[in-house]
Design a protein. Structure first.
Length: 257
């Protein structure tokens, strides 16, 4: 089973290399779909099987920006959306929304916004309200003129008769359209940022923060037998930074090796 999955991932990578999307005139880099699901899963430290599930089915939680045959290709914007869902799903956070609820909330948000990616295109309209027994995502309509601001709970028949507190749960890890600071242990460590994704740096691949060093290169050197201390010296970065970068992708990288 493992060997078959490794061969499948390899075939997907080969296919994408042969059919790599071409950037169109004036197209923003963050909209170019160049990540396969396995690549995105490794960069964001999300299980590959989980990410595949989010993009499958008649009513998927998420929709990819690119599709080549049966292969979904993701843009940097898609990775932002994936990471936002991942944060909302985190078992170590107090929200911990169920996948079924997020699927229904995303469907309704798409209908209200007319966008396939409401968590990206309409981030300001989406808020969160915390109750003792049940948390909800809220779609907020801003007030204009005499019209008062109103808010509607997504995926719920109930309508909030008050303006919920807007909670920015994504700002710690995402600079919209510019950078993502994924970290495997973000739920318990909200400040550490050993790695980053930036569409303007190394084609948006995962790098050691503040550098152009692909984390995948560090992993390959470690797999060839080099010690992290030697790798750190060669690049002039701290041993701890190398260790953290490696630990971020280690689980998924081992499965793909």
């Amino acid at each position: 089973m493992r060997t078959a999955r490794i061969k499948l991932i390899s075939r997907i990578g080969d296919y994408v290399l042969r059919h790599k999307p071409v950037r169109q005139p004036n197209q923003e880099l963050n909209t170019l779909p160049t990540y396969t699901i396995p690549e995105a899963a490794q960069a964001l430290a999300i299980p590959v099987r989980t990410l595949f599930a989010w993009y499958r089915g008649e009513n998927p939680v998420l929709k990819s920006s690119g599709q080549y045959g049966d292969i979904a290709l993701l843009s940097f914007r898609d990775l932002e959306e994936v990471y936002k869902i991942h944060i909302l799903r985190s078992k170590s956070r107090k929200y911990r929304f169920s996948l079924q609820y997020l699927r229904e909330a995303m469907t309704e948000a798409r209908e209200r916004s007319g966008s396939a990616h409401p968590f990206i295109d309409h981030e300001r309209e989406i808020a969160m309200f915390f109750e003792k027994k049940k948390n909800r995502l809220i779609w907020s309509y801003p007030g204009r003129g005499r019209r008062r601001r109103r808010s509607i709970a997504l995926a719920s028949p109930e309508i909030a008769a008050y303006i919920p507190e807007v909670v920015k749960v994504w700002g710690e890890r995402i600079k919209s359209g510019k950078q993502i600071f994924p970290w495997r242990y973000f739920a318990t460590d909200e400040t550490t940022r050993p790695v980053s994704l930036d569409p303007e740096v190394m084609s948006g691949r995962l790098v050691v923060i503040g550098t152009r060093i692909p984390v995948e290169v560090l992993w390959r050197r470690k797999q060839s037998g080099e010690k992290p201390e030697r790798i750190a010296r060669d690049y002039g970065i701290s041993h701890r930074l190398v260790q953290n970068a490696l630990s971020h992708i280690e689980k998924n990288a081992k499965k793909a090796a």
